[in-house]
Structures are given as C-alpha cells and as structure tokens.
Design a protein around this ligand. Structure first.
Ligand SMILES: [Zn+2]
Length: 286
C-alpha cells in the first residue's frame, strides 16, 4: 500500500509512522518478556561451562565457603571441609548451641545460623550474622598467631592514612576497591577516618578472638560511631531492650557490601564502625 497519496496530509503520514513504530516496539518488548523466563530457566538448569556438577551431599554453607575461599577450602567429604594444606575441618559438630555458644565456639556451619538482613533498618533480636566465626577456619586462612597474621599484612592507602590489611583471600585488594569507590563521594568523607584495622586481641569479656585479629576488618566513622555496649553499658548479649542507633550513611555500607564486606550496623549487637571481609555471609543472604 502506498500511503503517500496526494490526499494524505504530512501530519497524517507522521501519525501512521508513529503508530507503526509504536506497534513494533510493543511487539519486540512483548517477545523479550515472553522469552526471558525460558532463557533464565535454561541458564539455571545448565551449570556454567567448566563448572562441575555440584555434589548433592555438600551442605549449602560448605559449598558457599568453597566458592568464597577457594585458596583454602578445596572440597567437602564425609562431613569435613578439605583444606589446601591437607588437613580437614569438621563442618558441623552436631551440637545444639545457645546464642553465646554460637559466638564462642562456632563450627563452620554455625557461621550461617543468623540472617544478614539488608532490608530492615533495625536488626532483629539476636540476628548477628558474621559475629559467629569458626576460629579454627579463620586461623588456617589468616594465620594462627599474631606473627603469622602479620606476615600477610600489607599497607593500603586510606584517605590520607595508611592501614594494614591482609592480602589473604584478596581482602586488601577489596579494601582498595572500596576506597576507590568511596573517593567518588567526597561529601561523605567525614565518615572515612580509619579507627583501626589489625589488632590481635580477644573480644572484650570473651575468650574468642576479635575479627580485627585476622587483618580483614576495618573500623571507620570519626565522630559518628555507635556501639550497643556504649548505649547500654553492662548489657548482656541476650538483653531484649538494646536500643538501636546508627549514624553511618547507607551509601557507605552498600559500597562495602558490594566488595564482600559485612557491616556491624546490621547486627542486633550493633557496631556501626565495623566492616569485615565476609563474602560468605553476603552470598548466603543475597
Ligand atoms: Zn571493629
């Protein structure tokens, strides 16, 4: 059909063209929408190239640990993580544990006992994902003594400061990536001051080591730090009426999380200056 007849006005031609183009766009969007679920299903069913079929007996948490720490965790067999140094580590000791025992005496499985909720502003009671750390696993990766951890530390530039961070598991590289991204937000710079990274010490009032002992943790915040025990000195871990307080902008938190760091501000026992390299917690709580 020739639409350019002598009786057709230019504006009418335009309208016909617009209608034709709109129709084409509608059809193509529609076909994308119909095809997308099929494509997604196919991608999900087929393992990525070069990726072995997952072993059905591997608990989800063990599989996540293998993905996040491939230099150290090579496999899983008969309830144990197979470590690169030839040793093994029991994944689940099978013991029922109280909240405090999950912090003080964690096996790798206990590390996944809590929810890291990125959607709620105020963390739920006793949800402290990441505070449970299997000490044997972390010592195998980052070093079992202060001297051993120190041997893995390198200096990372941090907004005019130099901080020590472990190169193990690529943590120092991830911190550099965080710094590069934060540098694009000079309006937030008053929060960036480092309050400390490596410090070999037990958690206050407990036997277990602080995450700072392993060199994959940084505290920042200048004058904007909040901490559950400062708010309520003498409070017990299981107290129900700990009042949440945070001054750390979520833009900063999201940049850290993008690079594998969890934030202590998402804990019931909040510690809003604390950022710790724990990609397994993020992978388990997408
Ligand atoms: Zn800290």
């Amino acid at each position: 059909m020739n639409i350019m007849t002598s009786t057709t006005s230019p504006s009418m031609v335009n309208r016909v063209f617009i209608a034709l183009i709109a129709g084409m766009v509608f059809l193509s969007c529609n076909s994308v929408a119909q095809n997308a679920p099929e494509a997604e299903k196919a991608a999900a069913a087929k393992p990525a190239e070069g990726q072995a079929e997952p072993d059905r007996d591997v608990p989800e948490g063990a599989a996540i640990l293998m993905k996040c720490y491939p230099d150290f965790i090579k496999g899983y067999k008969d309830g144990k993580l197979l470590m690169s140094d030839g040793t093994t580590l029991v994944y689940d000791d099978g013991r029922e544990k109280s909240f405090v025992e999950k912090l003080d005496d964690a096996d790798p499985e206990d590390m996944f006992a809590f929810t890291y909720n990125r959607k709620t502003r105020i963390p739920e009671y006793l949800q402290d994902a990441g505070r449970s750390r299997c000490e044997a696993l972390f010592k195998k990766m980052y070093g079992s003594t202060e001297a051993a951890v120190r041997r893995n530390l390198i200096s990372v530039p941090w907004f005019g400061q130099k901080v020590l961070f472990t190169k193990v598991n690529g943590a120092a590289d991830r911190l550099r990536a965080v710094a590069a991204e934060l540098a694009q937000h000079p309006e937030l710079s008053k929060y960036f001051k480092s309050e400390g990274t490596f410090y070999w010490r037990p958690v206050r009032g407990a036997k277990r080591l602080s995450a700072h002992s392993y060199g994959m943790t940084i505290d920042i915040g200048g004058n904007f730090k909040t901490y559950w025990l400062w708010k309520k000195p003498g409070a017990k871990e299981t107290d129900r009426n700990i009042v949440y307080e945070n001054k750390m902008p979520l833009e900063i938190v999201e940049i850290f999380e993008k690079h594998g760091f969890i934030w202590g501000g998402r804990w019931y026992h909040y510690d809003t200056m604390h950022f710790e390299y724990r990609p397994e917690i993020l992978m388990n709580n997408p």
